[in-house]
Design a protein around this ligand. Structure first.
Ligand SMILES: [Cu+2]
Length: 204
């Protein structure tokens, strides 16, 4: 009889402990809500991706998911071309090997872990964000001042990770973050970076 009672007490204590852990973890996640990185939810590609190596068949790619409709498909957290190779981030924007930007979409269609930028005469907002090396990043740009804006990284190694939006449009692109470092970006529409449309992506 006593043994049964002890077992019940132990089980009760264990359940309380589990509940406490769940509560603490969920509070921790809420505190980091402003950040892009949410611990275990961060999806990262394997290191040293070979962009010449086919990692999926065209059929597998066509059946794979994209983080948002119209961007390149994703296989095992790697952004791939329709031919099944990892995309190249250093080619001309829109090239077949490049990560593809979406057609105009609604902001609501974006996954919750997207990095959502707005562009206007007063600059990008936010004008800085952090990701992890290899992280699967969905980046969007919304024009909020009725003007055209073109998001472009300064570093040619990320030339293909570009987003161009018309007045009040939102578009997105999905890419795997590069190696650690600071990557400045700007709006490529003449005159826009000079008036402050600039920012920095930090890769940790
Ligand atoms: Cu601009």
């Amino acid at each position: 009889m006593n043994n049964k009672k002890n077992l019940l007490i132990i089980a009760g204590v264990a359940i309380v402990a589990v509940i406490l852990v769940v509560v603490v973890v969920s509070i921790g996640n809420k505190k980091s809500g402003g950040s892009i990185q949410k611990g275990a939810e961060v999806k990262v590609a394997p290191a040293n991706l070979d962009t010449e190596k086919v990692i999926a068949t065209p059929e597998e790619v066509s059946q794979a998911q994209a983080t948002v409709n119209g961007t390149s498909k994703v296989i095992d957290n790697v952004v791939v071309t329709p031919a099944g190779k990892p995309v190249k981030n250093n080619v001309k924007p829109g090239a077949p090997e490049a990560p593809q930007q979406t057609a105009p979409i609604s902001v609501e269609a974006l996954p919750s872990d997207s990095i959502k930028l707005t562009g206007s005469a007063s600059g990008f907002n936010p004008n800085s964000f952090s990701v992890k090396a290899g992280q699967l990043v969905t980046l969007s740009l919304t024009s909020v001042d009725g003007m055209t804006h073109v998001f472009l990284f300064d570093n040619p190694s990320l030339a293909a990770v570009a987003i161009g939006v018309g007045p009040n449009e939102t578009r997105a692109i999905t890419f795997n973050a590069p190696e650690t470092g600071e990557y400045a970006f700007h709006c490529d529409v003449p005159g826009h970076s000079a008036r402050g449309e600039k920012g920095v992506m930090t890769v940790k």
